[in-house]
Ligand binder design. Structure first.
Ligand SMILES: [Zn+2]
Length: 482
């Protein structure tokens, strides 16, 4: 079989590989889906027999990695734009989530995957905490497989208030996750892997949380949880309880984390944890401030994530920008409190770009495969060409992080395959996608019209009840001494 070669040339290459740095006149050689050479001088590949991707005027980067994205909400754009976490949970997550059919799930996953690709995200962790039936999980996996994105499907174990009829017990949900692993994820497929998204800590008996973690270890899959995502609340905590039972394991991906105390951060660092921060939802929903500084101070390179388009942006440009500038404001405020002006800006745009590439790749356990333009890694490569191109950028990483959107993403290559070119998705029947998506949204809207609306007070009452249950659930981690 002949070798399939592509050369990405003519642009400014930001490798995100510390040993290579930036190559203003560089080029990347791709052979059969792998990066086989990165040249500082594009002339090096001048005579190579290859498909040429002309990146002139653009910035060549590794594909971005979204370490926490709920594609099942991709049909519900901005539906929760003015909602708190409690209102979102009561009305969108538990409300509309309970209505989603497997067919709706397929449409949502298709749309969410394409939206990710369109914005330069080549890999994402699909946090599917809407597994209303075994068919829902299979519909997601099939849609992810056909999307062309590199994905890790996180089977959501969340036990819902409304108790989906398809699962008579928590044990059945565990059985289904095990069955999915053995039927759909048998090979070491570099494009599609499985993970488990744990039930939110405190919302179910401690022994059930323990069973989920033990199963993920047995199945040898990534384990992820929404952790410390509600400042002032006991919900989503329980790290000491988990640690006392040897349930905080290396590689566990903790999502959000703004509410964690210093001892809890030490627990994460000491147990080899990973972290993914989703600035936009954290800032909106009262979860707390995105904890980039805390992660860095505890020696954890954070990943970054979009979370859900039910609230904010589905691209990582917005997340990098919000996360970086918020952390800078917090850092500046610390200096202001000493009665002086900050003399420097501590975090750089390069730091933010690291969160969206190497940081998220390592957070998902894929750091040896993706996250930088490094020889031997899989060929996930994007080209950002500033749409406002009447004057060239003075700072390439700065333009990517602070001035770009999905509309500026010119080229997206995943595992050597062209997924977006000249600003358009390749091989996608957008009219067909649109028609499936709008039909699914119509079905959901019709069903949702009959849902009760929970106002802020009702949500606060429900949340307070959940907190009392969490006290009991965490308490069950310890036998009562008499
Ligand atoms: Zn989430």
């Amino acid at each position: 079989m002949s070798t399939k070669r592509t050369v990405v040339t003519g642009g400014h290459v930001v490798t995100m590989d510390p040993s290579q740095g930036e190559l203003p006149n560089g080029a990347v050689l791709i052979e059969d889906g792998a990066i086989t050479a990165v040249a500082a001088d594009a002339e090096q590949f001048a005579g190579v027999d290859a498909e040429i991707v002309d990146a002139t005027g653009g910035i060549v980067l590794p594909g971005m990695v979204d370490s926490h994205r709920h594609t099942w909400m991709a049909l519900l754009r901005a539906i929760s734009a003015d909602q708190s976490l409690l209102q979102f949970l009561g009305n969108t997550f538990y409300g509309i989530g309970s209505l989603l059919s497997a067919e709706d799930m397929a449409a949502a996953t298709e749309v969410g995957s394409l939206e990710a690709l369109d914005s330069g995200i080549t890999t994402f962790l699909d946090c599917c905490d809407c597994v209303n039936s075994p068919e829902h999980a299979r519909a997601s996996v099939a849609a992810l497989r056909s999307s062309g994105a590199r994905t890790v499907y996180a089977y959501g174990m969340q036990a819902f208030d409304y108790k989906p009829a398809a699962f008579a017990s928590h044990a059945e949900r565990l059985r289904d996750a095990r069955a999915l692993r053995s039927s759909e994820f048998t090979s070491d497929d570099p494009m599609n892997a499985m993970a488990m998204l744990l039930s939110d800590f405190g919302t179910l008996p401690f022994s059930d949380t323990a069973a989920e973690i033990r199963l993920s270890t047995e199945l040898d899959i990534l384990v992820a949880s929404h952790t410390g995502a509600a400042t002032t609340s006991i919900l989503l905590r329980g790290l000491r309880e988990l640690h006392d039972h040897q349930l905080l394991r290396p590689g566990h991906l903790h999502i959000h984390c703004p509410a964690l105390s210093t001892p809890e951060w030490r627990l994460l660092a000491d147990t080899g944890a990973k972290v993914s921060i989703a600035p936009e939802t954290e800032l909106q929903m009262g979860m707390g401030f995105p904890p980039f500084r805390a992660a860095i101070e505890h020696g954890i390179l954070p990943g970054i994530s979009t979370d859900t388009v039910a609230c904010g942006s589905g691209d990582l440009f917005a997340q990098m920008r919000l996360g970086l500038q918020t952390q800078r404001a917090l850092d500046n405020d610390r200096v202001h409190r000493t009665g002086t002006m900050p003399g420097t800006v501590e975090l750089s745009v390069h730091d933010a770009l690291t969160w969206a590439t190497r940081g998220s790749a390592e957070a998902m356990g894929l750091g040896d495969r993706i996250g930088s333009l490094t020889v031997g890694k899989r060929a996930d490569v994007i080209v950002v060409k500033p749409r406002w191109n009447v004057v060239p950028p003075s700072h390439m990483a700065g333009t990517v992080v602070l001035q770009s959107s999905a509309a500026d993403v010119d080229t997206v290559i995943v595992d050597g395959e062209m997924r977006k070119r000249d600003g358009r998705l390749v091989g996608v029947d957008l009219a067909g996608v649109r028609s499936r998506a709008t039909a699914a949204l119509e079905r959901l809207r019709t069903k949702a019209a009959a849902l009760p609306t929970h106002d802020a007070n009702a949500c606060l009452g429900w949340f307070a009840h959940a907190e009392r249950m969490a006290t009991a659930n965490f308490g069950a981690a310890y036998p009562v001494e008499r």
